[in-house]
Design a protein around this ligand. Structure first.
Ligand code: CMC
Length: 421
């Protein structure tokens, strides 16, 4: 028997049967039964906006899987581009498919030279790289006007390749602008992560990518590659649902990611650790959070009510990087903070655990990334996820996003002339 729920309309005494489809209440049926009665769900915390086959997230049990593969296995055994292929196409690639995918991405890393050379001149030297990245991604749409043809699956795939390929180049150029260094062009002989690290850090002498850094970079990108219907993915989907081109949709996602409650949290964690300053101040800091004075950044999650599995993987990866760089001095404060918070009833009762951003910033900083680049790194990693969702949504022929509202403003009133107000 098909699953359903029955509710009583107390205004009329009528019994209404509403089907449950794939574990969700079918809103289309609800609409037919109760026209004009909207779900009031700010933050969309109990609303499913999509049927998606990309990422499975079980927040109660701390489970994250891309296309059915556990995040732990992918982080340990895969590469970022292989995971990107998995997210976009739905299956792990054969060797031939992977070779072609890597070749395609490697050969689309360059930016139009006019764009690259002139774009940053419009900005102050200290412009935040997320601002540069967001506007840079939006600007790319003007160089690829054919991207507007979102009905053609091959054309969509060409833009997906371009975007995944060009994000590190855009990101590195934003950084080089901020620190006043000349641009380093992409190196087609290198893998994705090594090429990015070289574009970021080569100055004067040839840059040798340390294998531990390359591995850590790949792991961090994999961990950030998708997270189902988060704020930035939702932004990409909402904008994409109007049939805007993918560059505009991904620029919207970048803008959403920028905020400190989302991708900006890793930057906020480092600033928080700096403001705490020493182990002696941890207890007082936790007390101030409990008293409502700010939040413990890098803690809590809308979906995870258990340890974020990505945080556990990052914590391990951090040690590998610290073996090369020496321990990040903020690590001890972070560990103490975690210990204090995890034994405190305020955090236990609200199921607040470390999330992906709690430790990622420490690794990035030890690898030499400035704090302002942390969210940019998140954006590079999340790009295949945004695009996989954008593509999936278009394949499903979905409708334009257009929520309803509960109007709580003034009823109709007469216009009052300005000299009588
Ligand atoms: N520190 C202290 N208290 C917190 C925190 C925190 N980090 N997060 C939630 N709470 C409290 C909150 O004050 C509320 O308490 P009360 O019930 O007494 O009012 C309760 O926990 C529930 O909070 P909420 O705001 O309803 O939770 P939410 O699901 O709307 O917010 C969140 C989720 C991630 C925005 C939030 O936990 C937060 O702001 N965390 C810090 C920022 C952060 O680390 N963000 C990165 C998220 S992971 C990366 C990503 O996916 O972007």
């Amino acid at each position: 028997m098909a699953e359903s729920i029955t509710i009583t309309d107390n205004r009329t005494g009528e019994l209404l049967e509403i089907p449950i489809v794939n574990g969700g209440v079918d809103a289309a049926e609800w609409r037919k039964l109760l026209p004009g009665i909207w779900f009031h769900d700010p933050g969309l915390a109990t609303t499913s906006g999509a049927e998606s086959a990309i990422t499975e997230l079980d927040g109660e049990n701390g489970i994250l899987r891309y296309r059915g593969y556990p995040i732990e296995a992918l982080a340990e055994q895969s590469t970022f581009l292989e995971v990107a292929y998995l997210l976009v196409y739905g299956e792990l690639p054969t060797q031939d498919q992977l070779d072609r995918w890597v070749h395609e991405i490697t050969h689309h890393t360059f930016l139009h030279e006019k764009f690259r050379a002139r774009m940053h001149d419009a900005y102050h030297y200290d412009a935040h790289p997320m601002g540069l990245l967001t506007s840079g991604v939006a600007g790319l749409s003007t160089f690829y006007p054919e991207a507007k043809d979102i009905e053609d699956p091959d054309n969509r795939m060409r833009q997906i390749v371009r975007l995944i390929a060009k994000m590190p180049t855009l990101a590195a150029s934003a950084h080089r602008h901020a620190v006043g260094q000349s641009f380093v062009f992409p190196d087609n002989t290198l893998d994705y992560s090594s090429n990015f690290l070289k574009m970021m850090f080569e100055v004067g002498n040839p840059y040798e990518v340390h294998p531990a850094f390359k591995k850590a970079m790949d792991i961090l990108l994999i961990l950030h590659a998708d997270h189902e219907q988060n704020c930035s993915t939702t932004a990409a989907r909402v904008v994409g649902s109007s049939h805007a081109d993918p560059y505009s949709s991904v620029a919207a996602a970048c803008a959403a990611l920028y905020g400190p409650r989302h991708g900006g949290a890793n930057e906020a964690v480092l600033n928080m650790l700096d403001s705490i300053g020493s182990l002696d101040n941890v207890d007082a800091f936790v007390e101030s959070v409990k008293n409502g004075d700010g939040r413990l950044m890098g803690f809590g999650h809308r979906v995870y009510k258990n340890y974020d599995p990505r945080a556990a993987i990052i914590k391990d990866a951090a040690h590998e990087v610290f073996q090369v760089t020496g321990k990040n001095p903020r690590l001890d404060i972070a560990l103490k903070l975690e210990e204090v918070a995890l034994s405190d009833d305020y955090f236990i009762s609200r199921k607040l655990y470390p999330n992906v951003d709690f430790y990622s910033g420490l690794i990035y900083q030890s690898m030499g990334f400035p704090v302002e680049m942390f969210t940019v790194l998140f954006a590079i990693g999340r790009t295949p996820g945004w695009l996989a969702h954008w593509n999936e949504m278009l394949e499903q022929n979905s409708r334009i996003a257009r929520p309803r509202q509960l109007y709580v403003g003034s009823p109709v009133r007469d216009y009052v002339a300005i000299n009588q107000r």
